[in-house]
Design a protein. Structure first.
Length: 636
């Protein structure tokens, strides 16, 4: 017998082909992002059918962060046929470039971390503590909301916006790090950490008072500058939009409505920076502390009014938006509750809930942001199927007979009934199906009673039909009825209603394994997804090999453990510092402050390599398949 050749390395030298993998080509186009991209499309140059296609209503929590190379991203296949620029447009629709789910989630988690930090670092016992939380929440909430309002209209898939998100992560991280000691009444009603005014004379102040003063000053100054920088960053983004609008709208009157929010942001940014200067120079004075909050409130109010007015106008005067996002979708992303809850709901009502599923839930909480909850669903589905299949089989092979040797039907029903209910089946319905099966067979053979062989065959067919129904019901509970292919539904229908078709499964001369094939067809896509992701061309393989090489290089860091002295303080190092050179290299590595830079450099190199390979793959594909590549790009 010839050994089957593995196809794992089949494409290690294959060229990228957009014709055979159009979905992968579109994915690479999204990865090959420009430095900056125009968020507008001129009506004169736009094709109406391309940008006025039906928009997809926000799909809510069902959106997944996985990539399917065979799935097309053409929005013209959407079910909803709502026109984008109708008289009463739906503002909660998506089309065009959308930020990756993982990118939004990182940004949203950084935002929520600020509240977690504030809650853990402060004690809420007094009314002013609640006021402080409300003030902080309002500021952080508006920082997030205003950025989302920008993104749903003007986000484009480019390096500029990736850099913006990175800077915002730093901003929210700094904000979360400065929540300790935040109290709006500090320096207005009392000294930091005290219910009254304390003497801050350097000769009489206690260490605790000094620490409280230090923390409060740093916290207020840091919050002031961080919020001011966030407004400046958003202002830069809106100015960029205004510049692109000018270039796109050269031949007509400039859409002044696009200047409303930038002007408001310019004013609010100035107010926040004034508040920062006041806080830094005179933050310990009661009047200055009050003015700071007045400036913050005025700045946010100006921005809110500008955004409210801005949303009353559509951007359709000679230019069209390249993309549009959904606030509802972002709210689903920020919590992930619906996606997790849907998974938990399917699991908690499933029979056989046990150790493997419980362990999977713990893994889900840790791995949900990686978009692998489908693997938990697969594991839970298999656990349920194994449980029900084993229990139902045990009932059929058990010795449930009366003293006369007949089947104890009451005990049989009492044992099998609960299992069928857990499978979504009814005992009465299954008994009726058995009766109908027997009557149909007796009618077809003109028999008055069944012989032992026929009875065994009919019981086996009834048993397999019952098991198949149980499996399909469990699958729909975990996955979705829409994921069952039409061919599988036809197979199921034939198996349940066609005696000849089902008999082929138990005929020893045929042994077609229809039942096993049906079960495998249900799960093979999920199993393959858990098993491997196939590399489809040589540049993909180059990325995989580069990751292994980087991993090998990182393993070389283990050599830093080689050295004469395996302690941080080498014997005699106090008298002779050269002795430290004989320590294990890891200690010198730590002393040189190169631990984090080394790890960061490794990730940066891998990022550059992967990005370069994406650009090379797209360039090579355009060169070798120009007509096919252009066709897909136009449809994309």
């Amino acid at each position: 017998m010839s050994r089957r050749r593995s196809n794992l390395f089949l494409h290690i030298n294959s060229e990228p082909n957009p014709d055979s993998n159009p979905g992968l080509w579109e994915h690479r186009l999204r990865q090959r992002r420009p430095l900056s991209r125009n968020p507008f499309i001129s009506e004169d140059s736009a094709v109406s059918t391309q940008y006025e296609v039906a928009a997809v209503e926000s799909p809510g929590p069902s959106r997944q962060a996985t990539y399917d190379p065979n799935q097309s991203s053409d929005t013209s296949k959407a079910n909803s046929k709502e026109e984008l620029h109708s008289e009463n447009p739906n503002l909660d629709i998506e089309w065009g470039d959308q930020a990756p789910g993982w990118l939004n989630l990182f940004y949203d988690l950084a935002w929520t971390a600020t509240f977690s930090s504030l809650t853990s670092n402060n004690k809420f016992k007094q009314p002013w503590d609640s006021v402080s939380y409300i003030v902080f929440f309002t500021i952080a909430w508006w920082m997030w909301t205003s950025q989302v309002f920008y993104s749903i209209d003007f986000y484009t898939n480019d390096w500029f916006h990736l850099l913006v998100v990175f800077l915002q992560l730093i901003i929210f991280g700094a904000l979360a790090a400065t929540t300790r000691g935040f109290d709006v009444s500090t320096y207005i009603l009392h000294s930091p950490g005290s219910a009254q005014w304390e003497d801050t004379n350097i000769e009489t102040i206690t260490p605790q008072q000094y620490s409280n003063e230090r923390v409060a000053k740093v916290s207020l100054v840091a919050i002031s500058i961080v919020v001011a920088l966030s407004r400046l960053l958003l202002l830069v983004q809106h100015i960029r939009v205004a510049i692109y609008a000018k270039f796109t709208h050269r031949s007509r009157r400039y859409p002044v409505r696009l200047l409303l929010v930038p002007v408001a942001l310019a004013i609010s940014t100035a107010l926040f920076f004034v508040a920062f200067v006041i806080t830094k120079r005179h933050g310990t004075e009661a009047t200055a502390a009050k003015v700071k909050f007045y400036l913050w409130g005025s700045a946010i109010l100006i921005e809110v009014i500008a955004h409210v007015v801005r949303f009353q106008w559509e951007i359709n005067d000679g230019i069209r938006l390249r993309s549009h996002g959904s606030v509802a979708e972002r709210l689903c992303d920020i919590t992930g509750v619906n996606a997790i809850a849907g998974t938990f709901y399917a699991i908690q009502k499933a029979p056989g809930f046990g150790g493997p599923t419980g362990a999977g839930i713990v893994c889900l909480i840790l791995m949900h942001i990686l978009g692998v909850k489908n693997q938990l669903l697969l594991s839970s589905f298999l656990s349920t199927v194994n449980y029900l299949s084993d229990k139902i089989t045990d009932v059929f092979v058990s010795d449930l007979v009366t003293p006369d040797g007949d089947l104890d039907q009451a005990a049989f029903n009492r044992t099998l009934g609960p299992l069928l209910l857990q499978s979504g089946l009814s005992m009465n319905d299954q008994w009726q199906r058995l009766v109908d099966l027997v009557q149909t067979n007796m009618t077809a053979t003109n028999a008055t009673e069944l012989d032992d062989q026929s009875a065994t065959q009919l019981t086996l067919i009834w048993f397999f039909r019952m098991q198949m129904s149980s499996i399909l019901n469990s699958y729909i509970n975990f996955m979705d009825n829409e994921t069952v292919a039409d061919e599988l539904q036809q197979t199921y229908s034939n198996y349940q209603n066609n005696y000849t078709f089902a008999y082929q499964d138990i005929d020893p001369n045929l042994n077609l394994n229809i039942f096993a094939g049906f079960f495998w067809d249900l799960i093979h896509a999920s199993v393959n997804n858990a098993r491997y992701i196939m590399a489809l061309y040589r540049f993909h393989w180059a990325s995989i090999i580069s990751r292994y090489l980087m991993g090998f290089c990182m393993l070389l860091l283990l050599l830093l453990n080689v050295g004469k002295y395996q302690t941080y303080f080498a014997p005699g190092s106090a008298e002779d510092e050269s002795v430290n050179k004989q320590r294990a290299g890891v200690f010198n590595w730590i002393d040189s402050n190169w631990v984090l830079p080394t790890l960061t450099l490794a990730y940066a190199i891998q990022f550059v390599v992967d990005t370069a390979l994406v650009y090379i793959a797209v360039w090579y594909t355009r060169k070798s398949h120009p007509s096919i590549a252009k066709t897909i790009e136009k449809s994309h």
